[in-house]
Each structure stands twice: as C-alpha cells, then as structure tokens.
Design a protein around this ligand. Structure first.
Ligand code: SF4
Length: 362
C-alpha cells in the first residue's frame, strides 16, 4: 500500500508539474539542466525520503499538458499543491558548476558531468555507437571521446560543489565503438584510481570484449548497471536493434557472472523500462533479473521530444502502481531489492525506501 507522498511521486512522473512564473523567480539559477530523457524535470524530496524528478512543460511539452500539480513557494519553503492538499518539497538546486568551464579544455563542465541529487554522472562518450529509440543520446549528440583530463576535473569539481556536492560517481554515457573499448577501460581505471575513497559505478552495455567484471572489481569499481531495458523480444528488436543484436543470452550470462563477482547486495543492477511493453513482459523481466541476484530498477518510460518515441504516452499511474507492487512481491521472493539502493538516486525510478537498512544515503 503506497503512502500519499509515494502516490504523489507516481502522479508527478505521469503528469508533470506546473511551475508558475513567480515561483521560478524564487529559484536561483535554472530549475533543471534537463540533460537526459529521464532527468528532464525538477528534482525534489517529498516528505522524509521520497525523491522524484518531475517533468515540466519546458522540456516535455510532448506530454506535460496543464498538469494538476503545481509548485508553490511560501516563505522559505516550497510545496507541491495537488488535489487540494499541500506537500512540503525540498527543491534541489542545479550544481553551482553548471555554467562554468573546465581549465583543461575550456568546455563547460556539464558537457562532461552532471550531478543529480547526490551522484555525479559522467559521460565519457558523447553520442553513442548504438541507437535506441527511447534514448535521446544518439539523436542529440555526435559520437566523440571526451578528454579524460576534463572528465576527471569535472568529477573533482562536482565532489566539491558548494551547492550540490556529489557523494558518488556513475560512469555511463554512450556505448563506445569497438576500437575505443581499450580507451574506455583505461578511463574507468583512471577515474577509480584518482578517487579511491569515492564509490564509482559503471553503467554500460555488455558488448563482447568491452567489460570484464573481474578486472573492473579488481581495479576498484563499486558496482555495475547492465540495463536490459525491454524484455519483450519482438519489441526489443524493433526499438533497440543494436542492443538486441547483443542477444538476451549475452546480457543474462553477463549479469549472472557479474553478480558472482560483485555479490548480490545491490551492486549489480539492471534497469527495465515501464510503459513500453506489456506489463506481463516487464514483470517477467523483473523476475528473470531477480532470479540471478540482480536488483531490477524500474524506470518509468518518459518520451523524449528528440526521439522517434516522442508521441508515445508515459505509463499511467495504474500501470506504474501495478508494476511496482507486483515487482516488490517478486524481489522479496528472491531476496533482492528494487534498485537503486541509494535513496536520492531513486528520483527517476519507481523505487521507495522500505525502512530496511538496504536502502541508504551514500
Ligand atoms: S546504448 Fe545506451 S546510450 Fe546508447 S542509445 Fe541505447 S540507451 Fe542510449
């Protein structure tokens, strides 16, 4: 049974939030950096521990139409007004470095790193060697390898940011071309060696020859996110052909091996989109991951205007609640959790802390 604040998070993910002009003026700096399909909105903490990234019309005019929820500013506080009730909201600022440049290349820091809640995500590859129809990366950026020096400088800046200091690191971004696999692995090592006291996770496609779980663990990578995205084979083939070519067996064999290497305490996660395929397929995917000791991460599909799927609708509240509740039952059977276990990092996922020590702040 969801609490009122948990239900509100789900409604916000489906319908978005309205920010009146007067309230925008109360926010210092931009309300969002809108850097990715699922982080296009404003990030808030509702209640004690419910984190949400709520889409806004600025970046999701394709489906945010006259939302029945609005942000209110009163005194020093923000609230979400919805259904005649007010819920206190802690609005997260964008990082102070958002308009500053690296000294190494002179490019904006945000071309390399973006902090969301307490995690800085770096994207070493701009663009992507693949093209999934739900993801904006291949449609908004050309393929390029970024300066490792600038990436490291950006992480350091994010960790020391006075407004929104990052606590841990995620290395994701586009998938490299095969000729850049060596470069990508050297970059992983450089980041981990430069910040030995910071947890560094890697999110990547398990293309043959790209990732070696044993090596990544031995150099100090904390965890891996290997995202299956879509479980329905026919839909996966149509929507994410390049990933589908890697084959489901490749993914699941890799995830099984990675859980053996990294352990099953949430260090290995796999994101699955909710709202593209039939619910039963998503739940089968959740079960297939949980069986392997991997934490499934439910990611409500947010159609991005830059992608071929811009005219799709986000999943309804009913769908999200059904998938969430069934998934909780499934993961309990297999002794895993819905990821991510870092509470602030749940802002763009269908996850809530359950009061256990498994969910925590980094
Ligand atoms: S492989 Fe990842 S980064 Fe590349 S298009 Fe697909 S989802 Fe986006």
């Amino acid at each position: 049974m969801l609490t009122n604040v948990q239900s509100l998070k789900i409604q916000l993910m489906e319908e978005g939030i309205h920010i009146p002009e007067g309230v925008r003026e109360a926010v210092s700096g931009p309300v969002t950096l809108a850097d990715y399909a699922s982080t296009s909105g404003i990030t808030m903490m509702l209640g004690e521990d419910v984190w949400v990234n709520a889409p806004i019309v600025d970046f999701n005019s394709n489906f945010v139409k006259d939302p029945p929820h609005r942000l209110v500013h009163q005194g020093n506080f923000f609230f979400v007004e919805s259904g005649g009730k007010r819920h206190e909201a802690k609005l997260l600022p964008v990082p102070s470095y958002h308009d500053k440049h690296t000294t190494s290349t002179g490019e904006l820091y945000i071309w390399h790193a973006i902090t969301h809640a307490d995690r800085v995500r770096i994207s070493p590859i701009g663009g992507c060697a693949m093209a999934c129809q739900f993801c904006d990366i291949p449609y908004v950026a050309k393929y390029r390898k970024k300066s490792v020096e600038a990436l490291v400088e950006s992480i350091r800046t994010a960790l020391n940011d006075p407004g929104l200091p990052a606590r841990h690191v995620l290395i994701s971004g586009g998938t490299p071309k095969p000729e850049d696999y060596g470069w990508q692995n050297a970059m992983y090592e450089t980041v981990v060696n430069t910040f030995p006291h910071v947890k560094v996770d890697v999110m990547m496609v398990p293309m043959p020859g790209l990732l070696d779980p044993e090596h990544l663990k031995s150099v100090g990578v904390y965890g891996l996110s290997i995202n299956i995205e879509i479980f329905n084979v026919a839909l996966a083939r149509r929507i994410m052909m390049s990933k589908w070519k890697a084959s489901r067996k490749t993914y699941f064999d890799f995830i099984e091996k990675t859980v053996k290497v990294f352990g099953g305490d949430g260090r290995v996660r796999s994101l699955i989109l909710v709202g593209i395929e039939p619910v039963e397929d998503t739940l089968q995917g959740v079960e297939a991951l949980a069986q392997l000791g991997c934490d499934p991460v439910l990611s409500p599909f947010r159609p991005d205007p830059a992608t071929p799927m811009r005219n799709h609708r986000p999943p309804s509240m009913e769908t999200l609640i059904r998938v969430y509740e069934k998934s909780v039952e499934i993961v309990e059977r297999y002794g895993v959790k819905l990821g991510p276990r870092c509470i602030p990092c749940q802002h763009n996922t269908l996850t809530f802390p359950d009061g256990s020590s498994a969910y925590c702040y980094s």
